[in-house]
Design a protein around this ligand. Structure first.
Ligand code: GDP
Length: 183
């Protein structure tokens, strides 16, 4: 897939977006995509993905980020969605408690299909809707700490922390890969 793109890169990473339907995954991705992204869709497997090139130090990283395109609604995510992924953005909606309660289930699935070494960022989205909040920030943060995940609250609507989430994940993946290559 990557070789259809013109620019040479030093690393290519795959990352996935996961979480309940309606938490804001597609909006987070399109926010991050802006105009620099190329948004492709693969309707046959019900997945969309976008690429973005990012510089970390003097290295050019091509991040390929997959979105479920609504398949999670039908419990139709298959192991191929996770295959080869080095990172994941696991999203819940701070105004929908059930989406937070399902984070455990998504994390189990991520670890089962993606492996233990995946870099996972837990994201509480829709933080612009603080008046309807059903999950406290400290709760999400505390859970992320116990599971060894990164954590951020975001608003895709207001474009808060969206860039930071993806950049943090990609930078971490890069450093982990470099360490492994040096070992
Ligand atoms: P997905 O099913 O997880 O991909 O969720 P979508 O990206 O389709 O978003 C579901 C709904 O939540 C849509 O109506 C979005 O407009 C809304 N939404 C997504 N992100 C935000 C956000 O940060 N704040 C608010 N207020 N609404 C959001």
């Amino acid at each position: 897939m990557a070789d259809t793109f013109d620019e040479e890169c030093d690393f290519l990473f795959k990352a996935v977006l996961i979480g309940d339907s309606g938490v804001g995954k597609s909006n987070l991705l399109s926010r991050f995509a802006k105009d620099e992204f190329r948004l492709d869709s693969k309707p046959t497997i019900g997945v969309e993905f976008a690429y973005r090139n990012i510089k970390v130090g003097d290295k050019l990283i091509k991040a390929q980020i997959w979105d479920t395109a609504g398949q999670e609604r039908f419990r139709a995510i298959t192991s191929s969605y996770y295959r080869g992924a080095s990172g994941a953005v696991l999203v819940y909606d701070i105004t929908m408690r059930s989406s937070y309660e399902n984070v455990r289930k998504w994390l189990l699935e991520l670890r089962e299909f993606g492996g233990e070494e995946m870099v996972v960022v837990l994201v509480g989205n829709k933080c612009d809707l603080d008046q309807s909040r059903e999950v406290e920030k400290e709760e999400g943060k505390g859970y992320a700490e116990t599971e060894g995940l990164c954590f951020m609250e975001t608003s895709a609507l207001k474009n808060l922390n969206v860039e930071e989430v993806f950049l943090q994940m990609i930078t971490r993946i890069y450093h982990m890969t470099r360490q492994k290559n040096l070992a």
